[in-house]
Design a protein around this ligand. Structure first.
Ligand SMILES: Nc1ncnc2c1ncn2[C@@H]1O[C@H](COP(=O)(O)OP(=O)(O)OP(=O)(O)O)[C@@H](O)[C@H]1O
Ligand SMILES: [Mg+2]
Length: 250
């Protein structure tokens, strides 16, 4: 399968803090990568660099074969991005916002209504299309964020905690959507939920203190927690991975 994301040796410092410290990540079409790690590990910072919203202190990113700094327009066309938190433009209605994004994404005017109708159906937004975004519940705001990320049907999707704030039914629906899209796209999603990794991801990449400490299948990740660990399995595995890394680097 075609390599769509190629991030090489990404670093980002904020003052004296090394938030991301040499992350290399390659993702092919057909892969859904669960990007995991404890709070503050550097997931959001890495995703912001993958999408050009933050310049790396060091390192480079190519998306669908376009080097982000050399070909920013082509590279940006190739991905959809669901940032952490709520979408911008709270005073627009959902329809106005999606129309605005569709135009910004260069979708032909004649196709905009059909594209919006399609994504609204996929993420179940049809009932709130003329509601102002800031009056939506958290879960519906999340769906608007997902809709704007997929409106141009990009080959690459970067999603920062896509199911955060959704109720169990909504979580299930979004996971189904991601799984369906994942058969052809390259998807990177961050999550703190182990069952989400099992349900949708083909690969798990763990970062801790800005470094990749694990890259394997979800089953290999989960196998790092013995069956006797029944609560907080993900945190348990993070602790194992971090202690191993600390021993190696001593
Ligand atoms: N703009 C910034 N200025 C200063 N420090 C920052 C900035 N953005 C992130 N950081 C710091 O960088 C580190 C990594 O943060 P990041 O948001 O990437 O973590 P994360 O893995 O996404 O965590 P979470 O699971 O809580 O979302 C943290 O220590 C954070 O406080
Ligand atoms: Mg984050």
């Amino acid at each position: 399968m075609k390599e769509l994301i190629s991030a090489n040796n990404l670093h980002k410092s904020f003052g004296s803090l090394r938030a991301v410290n040499g992350v290399t990540l390659r993702v092919n079409a057909g892969e859904v990568v669960g990007f995991l790690g404890p709070n503050g590990a550097g997931k959001t910072t890495t995703m912001r660099m993958l999408t050009g919203f933050l310049d790396p202190s060091l390192g480079s990113v190519s998306l669908a074969g376009f080097v982000l700094v050399d070909n920013p327009i082509a590279a940006r066309q190739a991905f959809g991005y669901l940032p952490e938190g709520a979408p911008a433009y709270p005073d627009m209605t959902v329809r106005e916002y999606l129309q605005f994004i569709a135009r910004a994404r260069g979708i032909a005017s004649a196709q905009i209504a059909a594209r919006i109708s399609d994504v609204a159906g996929r993420v179940h937004l049809r009932g709130v299309m003329d509601q102002v975004i800031e009056t939506l519940s958290k879960g519906f705001k999340r769906r608007v964020g997902i809709a704007q990320a997929i409106i141009h049907d990009p080959p690459i999707l970067i999603m920062d905690e896509p199911t955060d704030g959704l109720d169990p039914n909504q979580k299930h629906e979004v996971r189904e959507l991601i799984r369906t899209m994942g058969s052809t796209k390259a998807i990177v999603l961050s999550t703190h939920i182990l069952e989400e990794v099992e349900a949708v991801c083909t690969r798990a990449v763990v970062i801790s203190a800005g470094r990749v400490v694990f890259d394997g299948t979800p089953a290999e990740f989960e196998a790092k927690a013995p069956a006797s660990v029944t609560r907080n399995r993900m945190d348990y595995v993070f602790r194992q991975l971090t202690s191993v890394t600390a021993e190696v680097s001593q």
